[in-house]
Design a protein. Structure first.
Length: 341
């Protein structure tokens, strides 16, 4: 076996951003939404609904995202203990995302210029995206059954000059529009609702979308869908299902993921005087002589793989060539190895 130490210029690091569809089957837009009767009928439905791209009993069914409802005061859910008011699944969801996004237990969520005490959460399944969501690729279209009212939301990443950060990474406001572009002809030039602030937040680094409950439940004239969210205390209001219903009724959900792939390019250079002799022990006689005289002055070797070792001669990686590469004193070779991580 022949060894050669790499020079500094033999190793190059490169980073490339790769964009891919989020949904199963490399689908960019999800337009069918299914729940699981088993999950919805269980206790976990008090906290969230899992949404599938096809019937949950199908062999190809995979969870695409989950829908949850959070309320600061625990409204819309039954008390865990009737002796402790306000402690419900909806208050747990609110507290969970307050800690995750805002980083403390005291702050309130502000959407645009308005504070809302309740919101919906769309948490995209971790298996659907590799590193983060791609801002500007988000469009969520919802339609209220019977009213004919349609609401299309996107993020404002394409129209702002400064990105805001929270404990959960980057955050963008949700506005009326599609694929990062503001809809024309809306009541407010900033794409927000009348009096209710923005429609929510996109947190691409954790795969979460928060929808302002106050804005969604506003009247149609104020730019909402009038979901009929029930915030009564100690009441099983099934608020999760109310968002699912507007998605299931002619809704669509488009978003893509973004991943930064870092690659090491290793250039293995074999000069004309190097790697011409095989180190296979079968070519050497018991007395240490070459079995074939032709290998003395006109040797030939066939390179089939390249091993990468550390200074302790520990094998770290092996690169296999697609076909043997012939090497002799009249040839020089250059093998480029790409390591992605």
């Amino acid at each position: 076996m022949s060894y050669k130490r790499f020079d500094e210029q033999d190793i190059v690091v490169s980073a490339e951003s790769v964009t891919t569809p989020v949904w199963s089957g490399n689908t960019t837009t999800l337009s069918t939404f299914f729940t699981s009767s088993t999950q919805v009928g269980g206790t976990s439905a008090d906290y969230y609904y899992d949404i599938y791209q096809t019937a949950s009993t199908g062999t190809s069914a995979r969870v695409q995202f989950s829908v949850a409802y959070g309320d600061k005061h625990g409204s819309g859910s039954l008390y865990y203990n009737t002796s402790v008011a306000g402690k419900t699944p909806s208050s747990t969801i609110y507290g969970q995302y307050r800690n995750l996004v805002l980083g403390d237990e005291e702050s309130d969520f502000t959407f645009g210029t308005d504070t809302s005490e309740h919101f919906y959460v769309i948490a995209i399944d971790r298996a659907r995206y590799k590193e983060k969501l791609l801002p500007g690729s988000f469009t969520l279209e919802m339609k209220q059954s019977g009213s004919g009212e349609h609401l299309s939301l996107t993020d404002n990443s394409n129209i702002i000059s400064t990105t805001t950060f929270t404990d959960a990474g980057r955050v963008y406001d949700l506005i009326t529009g599609s694929l990062g572009s503001l809809s024309a002809g809306k009541k407010n030039d900033n794409g927000y609702t009348d009096g209710s602030g923005s429609y929510g937040k996109l947190l691409p680094d954790i795969g979460v979308i928060l929808l302002n409950g106050k804005a969604l439940d506003a009247s149609v004239t104020a730019g909402g869908l009038n979901l009929g969210i029930n915030r009564a205390a100690n009441t099983a209001s099934l608020n999760n299902r109310k968002l699912y219903n507007v998605l299931d009724f002619s809704g669509s959900f488009r978003i893509q993921s973004e991943e930064t792939i870092t690659s090491n390019f290793v250039f293995v250079r074999a000069r004309n005087s190097e790697f011409n002799y095989s180190t296979n022990p079968s070519l050497i006689t018991g007395s240490g002589e070459l079995r074939h005289n032709v290998m003395i002055n006109t040797p030939q070797a066939f390179v089939t793989s390249v091993g990468l070792y550390n200074d302790n001669n520990d094998l770290l990686a092996v690169a296999k060539l697609s076909r043997p590469l012939m090497k002799d004193f009249t040839k020089e070779s250059l093998v480029r190895i790409k390591l992605d991580y």
